[in-house]
Design a protein around this ligand. Structure first.
Ligand code: NAD
Length: 427
């Protein structure tokens, strides 16, 4: 049995910690560290922790010495490295949220500390664990499409997702949260590209993008500042806070209703009152906020073996979707994780043929039941692999050890630099 302390008792860390409820003989939660007393109390009640097992910060936990095998670090982006360093020194292995660093310098600081302490740090690149991407990786490793010459990935971020996270929400300003939208949203996709090209270094990166739609110029004529307070056109607006949050009270609830955590079961009236508070960004007009992260960005990568890759992040789509197309010297793999199916196509030069193509559905994997959590079933499979790695078992092909997660992050930082400085960045 692996024991772990929750560091940063927010939505993500609690999702991973829930593995201990499904598999109590494999993972046990034995502590919590969070500056918010209410969150510490809620975790203590859920996992039966005593006050001695509750800490006000990661550093207070580290100062106590090692009380568990591992920590699950679900703090916010810019706290990942500073909270992890003392815990590595205290002897903990770490399951660490992405993006694991907010600058290239932080990437190297963490990498050096991991090598120095010899601890295991696994990054929460949950998509590697989704059966959809694992199946593609298995086919690539089996040589079924030959050597990869190009990868195209796309993330269409839905209209409600882009505003909850990157216009009204926690990642709306890089100077506040530490991450660009590319790093916060798509370090997963850049990681997948690097994972499929594992062992081949990226060589150079270009990128275009910007904040173009969610700014004042696009505010509808006569729109107000706060959807439920002063907006005469709210009824006709696609981004009305009432339509996004009151008509869909469960959607993104962990973000939009975080301010109501002190109420056990907030009613719709509580939620409406919260959205009417002028200080609540989730009630604000999406064209009149102070967001400064992009709402679209395209990235172009060249690897050392001459292969190329592109990633398109598009915010404001009618439906969220992640797509991938991998072209190899013998064939192709392409599909959408949201459709839970992919096609494999192989060159077939026989008379009367051009290529053969077979569709594979992943629905039989059982993920539609949600048994393995979000991200196409990746969330809890990642935790299972972390536990296996700590038990000394053979890590899976998805294993996201830090050294193997560095390239994806560096591509992201270089892409942001390339976009901001209108240049090509060489590694
Ligand atoms: N893997 C994924 O697919 C995925 C998806 C969404 C978010 N994330 C990432 O997960 C992370 C957490 O997001 P969230 O929405 O759960 O955040 P959150 O804000 O709900 O939780 C973070 C918690 O950390 C606590 N904290 C702050 N400083 C601390 C310290 N020094 N020691 C201990 N705790 C501290 C905060 O009080 C808070 O409770 C973010 O980095 C986010 O980018 C990852």
């Amino acid at each position: 049995m692996v024991t772990a302390v929750i560091v940063g008792a927010g939505h993500r860390a609690l999702t991973y910690a829930s593995y201990s409820k499904a598999q109590p003989d494999k993972l046990k939660i034995v502590g919590v560290a969070d500056p918010i007393a209410l969150r510490r109390e809620q975790v203590a009640a859920q996992y039966g922790l005593s006050p001695a097992q509750c800490f006000e910060s990661a550093s207070a936990l580290a100062a106590k010495g090692k009380i568990a095998d591992a920590v699950i670090n679900g703090t916010m982006d810019r706290d990942h490295v500073s909270t992890t360093l003392p815990l590595l020194d205290a002897g903990y292995d770490v399951l660490l949220e992405k993006p694991f660093a907010v600058t290239e310098a932080e990437v190297h600081t963490l990498d050096t500390a991991v090598k120095r302490t010899g601890r295991k740090v696994m990054i929460c690149h949950v998509l590697r664990y989704a059966p959809f991407y694992t199946a593609l990786k298995q086919r690539v490793l089996a040589g079924e499409i030959g050597d990869i010459i190009n990868i195209q990935t796309a993330e269409h971020v839905s209209y409600h997702h882009v505003v909850i996270g990157y216009v009204r929400g926690k990642w709306h300003r890089k100077d506040l949260c530490g991450s660009s939208m590319l790093m916060a949203k798509c370090c997963h996709d850049l990681d997948l590209i690097s994972w499929f090209k594992s062992g081949i270094a990226p060589k150079r990166v270009a990128s275009f993008g910007g904040l173009h739609y969610f700014k004042r110029d696009h505010a509808p004529v006569n729109s107000g500042e706060h959807c439920l307070l002063d907006c005469p056109i709210e009824n006709d607006c696609l981004y009305s806070a009432r339509k996004h949050y009151l008509d869909h009270p469960q959607r993104w609830s962990f973000y939009v209703w975080a301010g109501l955590e002190h109420i056990q079961n907030p009613t719709l009236a509580d939620k409406e009152a919260s959205l009417k508070e002028k200080s609540n960004p989730y009630g604000r007009c999406v064209w009149k906020l102070d967001n400064n992260v992009v709402d679209r960005q395209s990235v172009l990568i060249e690897f050392a073996d001459g292969s190329t890759a592109t990633h398109n992040m598009v915010g404001g789509c009618s439906k969220g979707e992640r797509k991938i197309h991998i072209v190899g010297t013998r064939g192709e793999l392409h599909g959408s994780i949201d459709e839970e199916k992919y096609r494999i196509r192989r060159i077939d030069p026989r008379p009367g043929h051009e290529c053969d193509e077979v569709e594979h559905s992943l629905r039989h994997e059982g993920d539609t039941t949600g048994a393995f959590g979000g991200h196409g079933g990746g969330d809890l499979r990642l935790v299972a692999d972390f536990v296996a790695a700590l038990e000394g078992r053979q890590p899976s092909i998805s294993c996201t050890v830090l050294a193997d997660s560095v390239n994806g992050h560096l591509i992201g930082f270089c892409a942001d630099r390339a976009m901001e400085q209108n240049t090509i960045v060489e590694f």
